[in-house]
Design a protein around this ligand. Structure first.
Ligand code: COA
Ligand code: MG
Length: 327
C-alpha cells in the first residue's frame, strides 16, 4: 500500500437508490415501504419549474411525518446554476434536516460547487445546534464534472458517494444518443472477415470509460461508486446487463427510476451465495497456506495468493454488511 491511507466514508448499503419526484406525494409512503436501500426525493429534473415551491413543502412534510424506518433518505436539490438551489437547501435542511441523511448534488462541475454547499449546510447545522452531519452524494454527469472529478471527490468531508448520470453526461459531451443508459447499436466493433467472409458485430458499452473513471475517483477517495438510471423500466434484461457491468467494475449500487428495478438492483449488487462460498474457501485456503509459510498456493488448479485474500475479503465484507442489515 501507499504511505497515504484512504479514509472511508460512512458505510451504508447503497445497492438500490429509488428516485421519487417531490411533487408526487402519493409515492412517498410506497417508497418508504419498498425494499430500496436509499430513497432520494427529487426537486430537480422530475419536478416542473412551477411545482418546485410545493415540492419543497411536500418533502419537508414527508421528512417529518413519513416513517422511513432505517432507510437512508436523500433529497436531490437543483443545480448551482439555477435560481432554485439556495431555497432547496435552506427550506429542506432547516425544515426536515433532522431526518435527512444525504443531499444529492446534481451536475457538480468543480470542487468549489461542493465547497459552497458545504458552507451553506454547515451554517444551517450550526444554527440548529445539530451534531449529526448530513452527507453528500455527488452526480458526475457533465464534461466539466468528469474533468474535475478527483478534486470534486476530495472537496468535502461530507462526501459519501459519486454517481454517474448517463443522460446528462451524454448531453454534455454531445454524444449521439437519446436513451437513458441504454445500449447503443452504433457503438460497435466489426470483426475482420473470417474464412467464409463473414463479419461479426460486437456491441460495446459507450459509458465504459466514464463509469470506470468515476469508480476509480470514488475509491481513491474512500467513497461509494453508484451507477445512475436505466430509463427503460419495461426492460429488466437490459437493466440486469447494465447493472452487472457496473457491479463487475466496482459500483456498489444503481438507481431505480421505477419500483420494479429495486429488487433487481438489490439482487445484482449483492454477491451471490456461490461467489461468497468461493471467497470463503479462498480465505480458508490462504489461512492454511500462511500457517505453512506459503504466500501462493493452488486452489482448484488455479493460483491464489495474498491479493486473493483482499479480493475475497471485499465479497465477504459486503455479504456480512447485507446480513447485518437484514437482521
Ligand atoms: N416510488 C414509489 N412508488 C412508485 C414510483 C416511485 N418512484 N413510481 C411508481 N410507483 C408506484 C405507483 O404508484 C404504482 O403503485 P400502485 O401499484 O400502488 O398503483 C406502482 O408503483 C406501479 O407504477 P406505474 O403505474 O408502473 O408507474 P407510473 O406510470 O405511475 O410512473 C414513472 C412511472 C417512471 C413516471 C415513475 O416511476 C417515476 O416518477 N419514477 C421516478 C422518476 C424520477 O424521479 N426521475 C428522476 C431521476 S432520473
Ligand atoms: Mg441529471
Amino acid at each position: 500500500m501507499s504511505f497515504t491511507t484512504v479514509g472511508q466514508a460512512r458505510e451504508r448499503l447503497n445497492r438500490s437508490e429509488l428516485a421519487v419526484p417531490g411533487s408526487r406525494t402519493e409515492l412517498f409512503a410506497k417508497a418508504a415501504r419498498s425494499a430500496a436501500d436509499v430513497i432520494f426525493l427529487d426537486l430537480e429534473d422530475a419536478v416542473a419549474p412551477d411545482d418546485k415551491p410545493q415540492a419543497r413543502r411536500n418533502i419537508v412534510q414527508a421528512l417529518n411525518e413519513v416513517d422511513w424506518g432505517d432507510k437512508t433518505v436523500s433529497v436531490r436539490i437543483n443545480g448551482l446554476d439555477t435560481p432554485y438551489m439556495y431555497r432547496d437547501v435552506i427550506e429542506v435542511v432547516e425544515g426536515g434536516g433532522s431526518r435527512l441523511d444525504l443531499i444529492m448534488i446534481p451536475k457538480v462541475g468543480t470542487a468549489a460547487d461542493v465547497y459552497a454547499l458545504d458552507m451553506l449546510v454547515t451554517q444551517i447545522e450550526q444554527a440548529k445546534g445539530w451534531i449529526r452531519r448530513i452527507g453528500f452524494e455527488l452526480i458526475i454527469e457533465t464534461a466539466l464534472g468528469m474533468a474535475n472529478i478527483n478534486a470534486i471527490a476530495a472537496a468535502s468531508k461530507r462526501n459519501e458517494s459519486l454517481h454517474f448520470g448517463s443522460a446528462d453526461y451524454a448531453a454534455s459531451t454531445k454524444a449521439r444518443t437519446t436513451s437513458i443508459g441504454g445500449a447503443n447499436p452504433d457503438y460497435v466493433i466489426l470483426t475482420d472477415k473470417d474464412a467464409t467472409g463473414a463479419r461479426q458485430t460486437h456491441w460495446g458499452d459507450m459509458y465504459h470509460y466514464a463509469t470506470a473513471r468515476m469508480i476509480v475517483a470514488a475509491r481513491a477517495h474512500g467513497l461509494r461508486a453508484v451507477d445512475g438510471p436505466f430509463g427503460d423500466f419495461s426492460d429488466p434484461d437490459g437493466f440486469r446487463a447494465h447493472a452487472k457491468r457496473a457491479a463487475v467494475l466496482g459500483c456498489e449500487g444503481k438507481w431505480a427510476i421505477h419500483p420494479s428495478q429495486v429488487a433487481l438492483a438489490n439482487e445484482l449488487f449483492s454477491p451471490s451465495e456461490a461467489e461468497v462460498a468461493k471467497a470463503r474457501r479462498i480465505l480458508a485456503a490462504m489461512e492454511t497456506a500462511q500457517k505453512e509459510g506459503k504466500g501462493a498456493v493452488a486452489l482448484d488448479g488455479k493460483l491464489i495468493d495474498i491479493a486473493s485474500i483482499r479480493q475475497a475479503q471485499v465479497l465477504v465484507q459486503k455479504a456480512d454488511q447485507i446480513g447485518d442489515h437484514a437482521r
